[in-house]
Design a protein around this ligand. Structure first.
Ligand code: C5J
Length: 228
């Protein structure tokens, strides 16, 4: 038996089956959310991003209780930085570059304390964790294969930052045939106007990239499915 969810979204209602849908949580790692990491080294106010954590936690808890598949991603590089193109490392004028030693270990490097998912959203055993060297979750990762193994067709997105890794991952997912929905209050940017613009871009032209909805709509639909 499959559990169908239906809820209001933009640009029109969204439907999915829990068993064929994954919750994809993009880059909720200490490097972006906590002081002392890569985000702050670029001159950003990380408190803006930390504010979405309770909403993300509520969705993650409900999705786990429903038995849905959870995917966590981390933007991360190998310790030898062989997967970090110089163009990515050298761009701009950050206080710390990828691979440099910061207060939470080497910036955006696999295994370092700053590269771990924040405690509030810590991956559970058997949840998928994808280390991605690019902005998109599919580029140079096994994500497509992991989703195909489980016959996943639709993706619910949360995470940071809205206009960079979240949007890139949604566009990559689109090109691979997935229907994608972005949970509006579970994503954030260091630049609030970029978040607003990204939500508009995603759902423009009849949902050219996908759907957006407040997490309350998903949670209400899950509550109804449970009581049905
Ligand atoms: C950025 C990300 N913004 N996870 N990474 O560099 O969006």
């Amino acid at each position: 038996m499959t559990r169908k969810l239906q809820f209001d979204a933009q640009p029109f209602g969204f439907e999915c089956e829990v068993e064929r849908t994954a919750l994809v949580i993009i880059d909720m790692q200490r490097d972006f959310i906590e002081p002392g990491g890569f985000g702050e080294s670029l001159g950003n106010d990380v408190a803006l991003l930390a504010a979405i954590v309770p909403a993300c936690q509520a969705v993650l808890t409900a999705w786990r209780q429903a038995g849905g598949l959870v995917v966590h991603t981390r933007e991360s590089h190998r310790p030898d930085l062989a997967d970090c193109p110089p163009a990515k490392r050298n761009r701009g004028n950050p206080l710390l570059r990828i691979g440099d030693l910061g207060p939470m270990g080497r910036i955006l490097v696999q295994g370092e304390p700053g590269n771990q998912i924040i405690d509030a959203l810590k991956p559970a055993a058997l949840e998928i964790v994808i280390d991605k060297p690019g902005k998109g979750a599919f580029y140079a990762t096994p994500l497509q294969a992991r989703l195909q193994e489980r016959a996943i067709r639709k993706l619910l997105f949360m995470g940071v930052t809205t206009e960079v890794c979240v949007q890139t991952s949604m566009r990559e997912a689109n090109d691979r045939g997935y229907d994608c929905l972005l949970l509006e209050d579970c994503t954030e940017s260091y630049f609030p106007r970029f978040k607003t613009a990204t939500l508009e871009m995603v759902r423009a032209q009849g949902g050219i990239v996908g759907w957006t909805a407040p997490s309350a709509h998903l949670l209400a639909a899950m509550g109804k499915a449970q009581n049905a």
